[in-house]
Design a binder for this molecule. Structure first.
Ligand code: GDP
Ligand code: IMO
Ligand code: MG
Length: 422
């Protein structure tokens, strides 16, 4: 399958986990290169449902190696819990998991600061997952972060932690939050560190060795294009590069070894948290929520829903270099009579072809829609493109064409077999 970077083309939760699980059959290695446990990737195999947060979704397939790269931020305590949860479900986690010694650690003060800053922002809050992602990446950029490699050296770790807790307790105090106990955190993190020790290594060296051996890799993007710290709807974004380039910086695999970029997008649009969302549509949201769909995999929050936004996905196509497209949740539109697709924005009298970089300007954009007839028939049993209703085929081809990429996969349900390969 060659080395593929898989990215979300919208605001996250595009169904990346499902598509990664499907594609993993053909690859040797699955790599996470950014984000942390703000991600929630749902995979359904048989009658079992897994939600993966930090561990690459490839872990569910025997014989595949999973790598948590240097660009990921991880909370060792929750990572141990995730590993133990998988083991309890009889999933093997051993030599098939590698963790970069350069991955930065999420510490309890990061989580508390995330919460305190959100509360302090009031109405202007970002709506983060409160997992401490922003403060951890901020510390990384500030060059005061603690890394997995530090945790592997207990004395050094404790020393650094003591200094960091001292400083962060002063900051927490300014927010009126409770201080953190060094002793408790130190003990919990060192204990988790010992459990993680067998997995920790220089993953860059491992990946380059694998490249020499012509092993095939799949880079599992987390979040989505418009949550990218540079290209998203700043400041209503996450704190990493969720776009294709992040796969290289976050893993140490050079750009010329990437063969293909696969963009995953829903047949409509969803977003969790605050920030502009031009095609948001309450009626569509009520319909999808009524079907029990579109509740967050990490926080359980109801996702905001709207029509497919081709202005956004066209930009995603550009910034990621999307070659191939996977459309998920086509079945979500099975009962809709007339489907709207946003093909441009209108701002006053001005027609706009690309999403403005300034979130206020984006919020002022009115979507320009075309309408397409729905198919009003179930698609969930279709196993080939030509057995989909004609209107469903036309819709999928239309939104892929507007995005600019080859339609490669259509997903009509959460299960592995509900996947159509073109
Ligand atoms: P991710 O973060 O991109 O991996 O996506 P999430 O797992 O957070 O959210 C996607 C949701 O859609 C999950 O509940 C999936 O099980 C579900 N899903 C994925 N593809 C399809 C599909 O084609 N049809 C249906 N009905 N559900 C899907
Ligand atoms: P997956 O990988 C959807 C959103 C949050 C918030 C913003 C910042 O499952 O697609 P953060 O906690 O990262 O500082 O929150 O980003 N967000 C996601 N939305 N899917 C995700 O991951 C997300 N990870 C973060 O809701 O708006
Ligand atoms: Mg998700």
């Amino acid at each position: 399958m060659a080395n593929t970077v898989l990215v979300g083309a919208q605001w996250g939760d595009e169904g990346k986990g499902k598509i990664i699980d499907f594609l993993t059959e053909e690859v040797d290695i699955v790599v996470r290169s950014q984000g942390g446990n703000n991600a929630g990737h749902t995979v359904i195999t048989g009658d079992k449902k897994y939600v993966l947060h930090l561990i690459p979704s490839g872990i569910l397939r025997p014989g595949k190696t999973c790598v948590i790269g240097n660009g990921v931020v991880l909370d060792p305590v929750s990572l141990v819990e995730e590993i133990e949860g998988l083991r309890a479900a009889k999933i093997k986690v051993g030599k098939n998991l590698l963790i970069s010694d350069c991955a930065h650690l999420v510490l309890p003060y990061h989580r508390l600061l995330d919460q305190a800053r959100e509360t302090a922002k009031g109405k202007q809050k970002i709506g983060t997952t409160k997992r401490g992602i922003g403060p951890t990446y901020a510390d990384k950029a500030f060059r005061v972060g603690l890394r997995m490699g530090d945790l592997m050296q207990p004395e050094l770790f404790s020393q650094k932690l003591a200094a960091r807790i001292k400083e962060n307790n002063a900051v927490l105090k300014a927010y009126g939050a409770k201080p953190i106990s060094f002793k408790q955190v130190n003990e919990a993190y060192l204990a988790a560190g010992e459990k993680l020790r067998p997995f920790v290594t220089n993953t860059v060296v491992f990946l380059h060795h694998a490249l020499k051996q012509e092993k095939e890799m799949l880079f599992e993007g987390a979040q989505g294009t418009f949550l990218d710290i540079d290209h998203g709807t700043y400041p209503y974004v996450t704190s990493s590069n969720t776009t294709a380039g992040g796969a290289c910086t976050g893993s140490g695999v050079p750009p010329h070894r990437i063969d293909r970029v696969l963009g995953v997008m829903k047949a409509y649009t969803t977003r969790v948290g605050e920030g502009p969302f031009p095609t948001e549509d309450r009626g569509l949201g009520e319909m999808l929520h009524g079907m029990g769909r579109e509740f967050g995999a990490t926080t359980g929050r109801a996702r905001r829903c709207g029509w497919f936004d081709a202005v956004a996905t066209r930009f995603a196509g550009m910034v990621n270099g999307i070659d191939d497209i996977a459309i998920t949740n086509l079945d979500g539109l099975d009962t809709v009579e007339t489907i709207r697709v946003c093909v441009g924005y209108q701002k006053g009298r001005k027609k706009i072809e690309v999403p403005p970089s300034d979130f206020r300007q984006l919020a002022d954009c009115e979507p320009v829609y075309i309408e397409m007839p729905g198919w009003q028939a179930p698609t969930t049993e279709a196993r080939s493109f030509d057995t989909l209703p004609a209107n469903a085929q036309a819709y999928a081809l239309k939104i892929a064409g507007l995005t600019g990429g080859r339609l490669a996969i259509v997903s009509v349900g959460a299960h592995r077999d509900q996947t159509i390969l073109l």
